[in-house]
Design a protein around this ligand. Structure first.
Ligand code: MG
Length: 399
């Protein structure tokens, strides 16, 4: 652990760090064990476990579960990297059981509370790194509120300690193996310590605080679960990137064809000539979406020379593009189209075109815009021989 992170060193470091994930509590303040409460599609403890599994430096994890949870969930959560053991009578007893199950190679040990599901690989790494260099380190955050010291009997304030010196200790708490071993054996009778750090401090070792994050909260009361859910959802959203795509299409306007635009039929003596129904708006919009996905253009999936697609409704082309979107975990944020048409005049149809385009793409109307320009009587469009459409799509894409 000498800096983050040269790939060739990762393997070597992985052998040196291990974690004890303590999840054997009874959860008296939640009316039952909190580790297996559902949280954003997993359970609380599985989010904690995931953060450690996502930290490549942690080669092995000992998950400490209560006897019933061990039977019910142990087999499912155990893996090559995760060993599951039974909890003790107290938190300290559970840490001792976890410590006894550590692999011999582990030189630095992270102890983490299973009920802190929002811990990140960055926090884990930072704290392990400090422990590796300084012996003992604790994830923590500076106290935000003003502190009051009050008489526990009558609640009269006795002191306002200077806030600047106070930190709230979280987990992970990380130690060189020898230091944690010494603290656990010297204070073997200790049952009530709320963290390991106080035993390490009492054994005479210096412990460093590592700035973690306020989001690394502990699920203790029901409102913590609501906050954790909101924070995890916000994190998921941040894993999206915005993409922009552009599309263009032009078709000849001819007698004897229906005029299809944006998925709806307009009354007009001419229609758009094409292999399909000629809907230049849907074609341009589809190309904009495919452009944002980096997936070419509609002619690749629906070649105009293929007779099986003759007369195809352009809504079918949209449906196939939407399938690609779903497969990529993407969604359209907005669609903006500009139709270039000398005739028909489209302003009276804006409402209808917008509604149809939104419905065809399965979007709220507020995410769609349709506008039109004449071509000032210039060129083929200006002479009423063709109609063109430009489209821009923005997508939100999972990365
Ligand atoms: Mg076309």
């Amino acid at each position: 652990m000498t800096g983050r992170r040269k790939p060739q060193e990762a393997e070597e470091r992985r052998c040196k760090a291990a974690a004890i994930l303590v999840a054997g509590g009874s959860g008296t303040r939640m009316g039952g064990p909190k580790q297996f409460l559902p949280l954003a599609g997993k359970t609380v403890v599985e989010w904690s476990l995931k953060a450690f599994l996502d930290t490549p430096e942690v080669a092995s994890i000992v998950l400490v579960l209560g006897p019933e949870d061990l039977l019910e969930h142990g087999p499912r959560l155990a893996s090559e990297r995760v060993r599951v053991v039974e909890s003790g009578q107290t938190r300290m007893g559970s840490v001792r059981n976890g410590f006894a199950a550590l692999p011999d190679q582990a030189e630095v040990v992270a102890v983490h509370d299973g009920a802190r599901p929002l811990v990140t690989p960055e926090i884990i790494y930072k704290t392990l790194f400090e422990a590796c260099h300084n012996g003992a380190a604790v994830a923590a955050v500076p106290v935000k509120d003003t502190l009051k010291e009050a008489d526990p009997k009558d609640c009269w304030v006795e002191k306002t300690p200077p806030r600047e010196r106070f930190w709230q200790a979280q987990t992970p708490q990380c130690y060189r193996r020898s230091i944690l071993a010494e603290a656990l054996s010297r204070f073997a009778a200790e049952k009530d310590a709320t963290d390991e750090s106080q035993l390490v401090e009492r054994a005479g070792h210096r412990v460093k605080v590592v700035l973690a994050g306020y989001e690394n909260l502990k699920i203790t009361t029901p409102e913590d679960l609501i906050m954790a859910e909101a924070l995890l959802e916000a994190r998921e959203k941040m894993k999206h990137e915005t993409r922009v795509g552009f599309g263009y299409d032009i078709h000849r306007l001819v007698e004897g064809r229906e005029l299809w635009l944006a998925g709806t039929k307009l009354k007009h003596p001419k229609g758009l000539l094409g292999h399909s129904d000629g809907d230049a708006v849907l074609h341009a919009a589809c190309d904009a979406v495919l452009g944002a996905l980096g997936e070419g253009e509609i002619g690749i999936a629906f070649p105009p020379e293929d007779p099986s697609f003759k007369g195809i409704e352009s809504r079918r082309i949209v449906a196939s593009v939407l399938k690609k979107l779903v497969a990529r975990g993407a969604e359209v944020v907005n669609l903006d189209v500009t139709i270039v048409s000398q005739e028909p005049k489209l302003r009276p149809h804006y409402g209808e075109l917008k509604k149809s385009l939104a419905e065809t793409f399965g979007l709220e109307a507020s995410r769609v815009n349709v506008k039109a320009k004449s071509n000032e009587g210039l060129d083929a469009i200006g002479r009423g021989e063709a109609l063109a459409c430009h489209a821009v799509a923005t997508l939100s894409l999972k990365v």
